[in-house]
Design a protein. Structure first.
Length: 128
């Protein structure tokens, strides 16, 4: 049986530069790919085993983060972190603005929320 290795969320974005900048400058991700070479409109950014695809489709196709669709759709990605407290401190030292600071939420998950440049909400945490 084939082994699955990881999943990569695909976020439709407004503009490549500010989106990539948020992930690299604020969250410590690295650029893994951009393309096409002559006029880039999509990229893969990642850190450790986490990757996210960012793609500008067309000017009239806008990002639609889950929280804008329904209040109970709080996140666009849930990223498992062994030590959310340490990551929270790292991001705080980088000046990241938190949508929700670190806490144990109603689902008994210890973590925090960050909204990216396009409004996609990332939860970083683990079960308490």
């Amino acid at each position: 049986m084939a082994k699955l290795t990881h999943i990569m969320p695909f976020f439709i974005i407004e503009s490549l530069a500010p989106s990539v900048s948020f992930y690299t400058d604020q969250l410590g991700f690295e650029i893994q790919f951009t393309g096409p070479d002559d006029d880039p409109y999509w990229a893969i950014v990642g850190r450790d085993n986490i990757s996210i695809m960012l793609k500008g489709i067309a000017p009239d196709i806008k990002p639609v983060p889950n929280p804008t669709r329904h209040p109970r759709a709080a996140w666009d990605a849930c990223i498992s972190v062994a030590d959310p407290e340490t990551l929270f401190e790292e991001y705080d030292s980088r000046g990241v603005t938190f949508r929700q600071p670190i806490k144990v939420n109603s689902d008994r998950l210890l973590g925090f929320e960050v909204a990216d440049a396009d409004g996609y909400v990332l939860f970083f945490g683990r079960p308490e």
